[in-house]
Ligand binder design. Structure first.
Ligand code: HEM
Length: 164
């Protein structure tokens, strides 16, 4: 009884490594930041047309999974992704796209400037990433007009992602 109580006290006194509530098992910790919808870098679409065009959250998840896998495997930009937290990237990208497409999610990731700081991303890396996203949206059967509407939301983020 005494031992059990002592053990319980020791466990309670141990520093708690509680991850933020939105993180997934297996994610690495990141420096603290303020969660804010504006971190997504774009305002969401109105209505549900874009969410439907992307086949809802299931479609967005398939697109993000394919997109992230292709970026990591890419002979041109894969090196930038090596050693980065793929589990977190999949979660935050899903949240970001789902939020912007107004498909029922909150974005809890970092802002685009902080997320890409000191990464040395160049314009041709950005172009390649967009090609990979187009391929992933195409594989999901998203209509070109809807693809282009999402790309137009992402395009202005180039200014903070690309370093010169
Ligand atoms: C408009 C274009 C882009 C968008 C919307 C975007 C979106 C994101 C998001 C949401 C995150 C995660 C934020 C977080 O962890 O809190 C992230 C991280 C990252 N992005 Fe991008 N990104 C873009 C362009 C690029 C480009 C062009 C590259 C390189 C070719 C890139 C490489 C990365 C890498 C490696 C990370 C992981 C950083 C880390 O874990 O510390 N991104 N991006």
């Amino acid at each position: 009884m005494f031992i059990a109580a002592a053990l319980a006290l020791t466990l309670l006194a141990a520093p708690q490594q509680t991850p933020a509530p939105h993180t997934m098992p297996g994610e690495e910790a990141v420096d603290p930041y303020t969660v804010d919808p504006s971190n997504a870098g774009a305002r969401p679409f109105n209505g549900d047309a874009m969410a439907r065009a992307f086949h809802g959250q299931d479609g967005i998840r398939r697109i993000v999974d394919r997109f992230v896998a292709s970026n990591f495997a890419d002979p041109r930009i894969g090196e930038i992704f090596t050693n980065q937290d793929r589990i977190r990237l999949k979660r935050t990208l899903f949240e970001q796209f789902c939020y912007i497409l107004n498909a029922g999610c909150a974005y809890t990731g970092r802002d685009m400037k902080a997320a890409h700081k000191n990464m040395g991303v160049q314009q041709n890396d950005m172009n390649r990433l967009v090609e990979n996203l187009q391929a992933a949206m195409g594989a999901e059967g998203v209509a070109f007009a809807a693809q282009n509407r999402l790309l137009a939301k992402l395009a202005p983020m180039r200014k903070v992602v690309v370093e010169r």
